[in-house]
Design a protein around this ligand. Structure first.
Ligand code: AOS
Ligand code: ZN
Ligand code: ZN
Length: 386
């Protein structure tokens, strides 16, 4: 049994985002850290460190235009030279003045055309880098009742999504991300999984939903959403992070490791760890005050720990207790797994793969942090407000 668990854990891939390596902050202050990457090439080099020490983070999500380069094939080659590959391409239709009243749902057809043009350009970037996933997040929404027509905006959204869908090549897909609020406060055009799911369902199997764990109202049962989408074959992946209040983008598993375990339990239950289901385990985080590379390493480890615990759930005992209506017994099966210390198992797994059992300590010893602090001057901001 442990052999199966280890094999599954060994196969799990966690994608880190390029923007986690840049300087970030809140709207009050962006704190500059030493050694932060100056360009996308250096972001990929840093991401490669996370993979080198965990063995579990072989792909890196890009964000266009924050990671815009002249030659994307060259960037992909650079990634491969560092032992990683380009993961999801994240589009950005929220940063230009043109998008004040929305992007693909904007009442002005010129702005809609511009936004769609960018999304199609992102598919070109996928072609050039070999990425198979486009991640779509729209900041579109309204601040005031009556500001625009809620129904018309859904029509415009559907039109843009359909054009992007048509442009996707074989083996490519898009993941539609939903978010309850922010930056729009009264109404968001893709506020929840139901809206995202309905748009994807109309289009076809290459359109799937991505669950950003920080994008729900407090108290939302995220594992239910995961179970439902997996059951329908529409769970494209996760943007993992932790939240205390809203979209905090803190380290996954830091605020509520039990929630992460419950989510991973549903992933295991629904077969989502089988790479053939295509569920992407991505991090969408910012490290405003903590060092970035160790922040990513810790996050990868947190996902691995939650996954290991979920794999330890005694499925037969759980089913027997459920079938017998044994409420406390069924709950105890889950809690037994959650309360198991899986760190020794993961340490053993790393050693078996030729890695240091303690990735955080191995990175600290490596001297990489001092090296980049000395070599790089003038690191760039992750993107927001840049
Ligand atoms: C925004 O809140 C979303 O989480 C998106 O995934 C976004 O593209 C990402 O955070 C980078 O800005
Ligand atoms: Zn996200
Ligand atoms: Zn977010």
């Amino acid at each position: 049994m442990t052999t199966d668990i280890k094999a599954t854990l060994r196969a799990q891939r966690i994608e880190t985002p390029s923007w986690a390596y840049g300087n970030s902050g809140t709207r009050f202050k962006v704190f500059a850290q030493k050694g932060v990457p100056r360009d996308p090439y250096e972001k990929l080099a840093d991401a490669a460190q996370v993979h080198a020490h965990t063995g579990a983070a072989p792909t890196v999500a890009l964000h266009i235009p924050w990671d815009a380069v002249d030659d994307y094939a060259d960037l992909a080659r650079h990634a491969r030279e560092h032992g990683v590959a380009i993961g999801a391409i994240n589009s950005n239709v929220f940063q230009d003045d043109d998008y004040m009243l929305g992007s693909v749902t904007n009442p002005d057809p010129r702005v809609r055309r511009k936004a769609l043009g960018h999304l199609l350009e992102c598919v070109d970037v996928m072609d050039a880098t070999g990425s198979d996933t486009l991640k779509l997040w729209f900041s579109d929404g309204l601040n005031y009742p009556g500001q625009d027509d809620l129904r018309a905006r859904q029509d415009r959204l559907a039109e843009a999504l359909s054009a992007v869908y048509e442009r996707l090549g074989d083996g490519q897909r898009f993941l539609l991300e939903y978010k309850l609020f922010e930056p729009a406060f009264y109404a968001t055009d893709v506020p929840d999984w139901g809206t995202a799911y309905a748009h994807c369902l109309r289009l076809g199997p290459k359109a799937q939903v991505v669950v950003d764990t920080g994008h729900h109202a407090p108290g939302t049962n995220i594992e239910f959403i995961v179970a439902f989408l997996l059951r329908e074959g529409r769970l494209g992946g996760f943007d993992f992070n932790s939240r205390f209040y809203a979209d905090d983008d803190l380290m996954v598993g830091a605020a509520d490791p039990f929630q992460l375990f419950r989510i991973m339990h549903e992933v295991v239950r629904g077969g989502g760890l089988d790479p053939r289901t295509g569920v992407a385990f991505m991090l969408d985080q910012c490290h405003n005050i903590e060092p970035k590379i160790p922040g990513q390493i810790r996050s990868v480890m947190n996902v691995q720990e939650a996954t290991a615990k979920a794999l330890l759930v005694d499925a037969a005992a759980l089913r027997a207790a459920q079938d017998a209506g044994d409420v406390l017994g069924a709950n105890a099966v889950l809690m037994d797994a959650y309360n198991t210390d899986v760190r020794p198992l993961l340490a053993e797994l790393r050693e078996e793969s030729g890695l240091d059992p303690d990735p955080m300590a191995a990175y600290a010893r490596s001297g990489y942090s001092d090296k980049i602090a000395a070599e790089r001057v003038g690191g760039t901001q992750a993107g927001w407000g840049a």
